[in-house]
Design a protein around this ligand. Sequence first.
Ligand code: IVH
Length: 670
Amino acid sequence: MSKTSKTAASAQIKRKHSDLKEKVNYHNERYHTHDKPEISDYDFDQLFSELLKLEEEYSGLDLTDSPSQRVGGDAIAAFKKMDHRLPMISLANSYNEEDIKEFNARIKKFLRNDKDVEYFAELKLDGLSMELVYEDGQLVRALTRGDGVTGEDVTHNVKTIKSIPLKISHKKLLEVRGEVLIDKKDFVEMNQAYEEAGQMVFANPRNAAAGTIRQLDPKIAASRPLKFFAYALGAYEGIIFDSQKDIEEKLAALKFPIIDRKFTECTSSEEELIEYYHRINQHRAQLPFDIDGIVIKVNSLSLQDDLGMVARSPRWATAVKFQPEQAQTVIENIVVQVGRTGALTPVAVMKPVKVGGVTITNATLHNQDEIDRKDVRIGDTVIVQRAGDVIPEVVQVILDKRPKNSEAFLIPTNCPTCGTKASKEPEEAVLRCQNPFCKSILIGSLIHFVSRRAMNMEKVGDKLIEAFVELELVQNFSDLYKLTDKDIQKLERQGEKSIQNILNSIEKSRQTTLARFIYALGIRFVGEQTAKLLADHYGTIENFMKTEAEELEKVPEIGEKVSATILKWLHDKRMQSEVKTLAKYMTFEAPKRNLEGKLTGMSFLVTGTLPVKRDVAHEKIEENGGKLLSGVSAKLSYLIVGEDPGSKADKAQSVGVKIISWEEFLELLK
Ligand code: IVH
């Protein structure tokens, strides 16, 4: 619509406009600045389209403070702000196949061209956009989008993303843009670990990625599974690109991760674009990461130039979003479950509802803070979705549908299983049952004990554990090893064959490693990695059981808090006798590492690019008795540095760790 055909806005329209501006600005800030959206993306897009439509239709509106004039929220103050050489614009959104047809028609009309236009279609990744600036072939800066003009310098965190090259072969300016995200599977694992440790969990992978990038301490980013995919450029010199496809291929050649070619489409056919849109939508749940639609770009860069911009977005591209996988249902009850760490977790039990092809009945509400924040009550009608396309999540209560005289839900202060008074540990959001004999804690602990990464009893599932505990056949870990076929016959529906399988799988688990065994014990804060370090350090279960604080704190990566928790566990008389009994059943495989070697007693960390592959370096260290650490601390004996060492070398210098080259390392072996 041209400017002259606009209608003059009445006072009423002006009011509506300022109301909309305020709303959009507010939600923009919630989403971009605080990572705490209050409405779904879909609802936000609706609001924003409404605003744009109004501005298109009427003249005389005040656009100076309209969110249509910029591209996002303000950058937060804690980080250094920096301007992008070229603004980071965002895409116009559309929602269905009609919109794809309209987009195609618009392009053709604008180009006054009857010939077919080639498009490049790809995934719309649901993470946060990032600009990587390379000068002289070095990554010198990473900026968030910020408001599109000014971003935040998050280089310290972005450098920890392993798939991002720190150095590239193109030696002139190159600004690479793309998306930082976390895979769904990694997100679930990461959240589980945080939940077990009683820490905050993230609502979805996007929030987890954004929250991580916003950290001041890069150690946190380094410990989280961030990924990056390149899909666009900022400024560049000394390199020629002729199409979107060419950009991505050249970026891939420069070693940037790009979206798998299985999931992109280069075509001039409208039907194929539509087919692509539906195909990706169908496949969405199976993708390793969250997407919220597809992006269609005119492939040729010279045509993109001709097409230029419209308002705040390029005319040559559009995002075609998917309908959100959300649904409405009613919360019939809120039950409180007790996990192996005693944590009391409120769970919403809902009227079954289908979301994205999967029926949802339960959703964790995490803790009292979350219940209060969302104000979730029994009887409420709520919107549910699958966070990360996997975990069911209550998004929002529909207050209009709240039954009269409903009451706020309070997690009981007594354990629902054993009735003991639960309590919070300092700085924790969750209530925990502290009764070591609580049946729920026992079941949870046993489930962990037999799990794949622990004792790996393949045929002993959750239901079986519950039955064993109910029948009092098993009251601690070692009881599992005392089970006979007569015992198992007491359970319903267990045939000869399956009884034998169960017993075999218990028997098989006796051959294990010390690391698995320590992990299986389920000591708080002792995850797989810590268990490995403990096993390495102590060598035998006896040594570990009789350790004292001083010795424990020598173990890499174990600080005061973890040490205190481990000691409390080890000093518990019941645990001591239980471990003694258990140990009699075990045959520990010798660790693969050679404990006696030239490097015994020394620890190493490798950083930068070495003349040999990382794995080879690690193997060399371990086969000579050296230990590998994952971070720089005073406990590290040597930091081996290659090319482009990054921040680890600085840190090592500041804490006085010896820094050596690969050649110097090889000298140590002589
Ligand atoms: S192209 C000029 N390609 O969507 C267009 N953007 O509203 C530059 N996004 O902020 C962006 N996947 O965070 C592009 N394959 C993709 C994308 C993508 C996700 C995000 C990006 C941007 C927003 C655009």
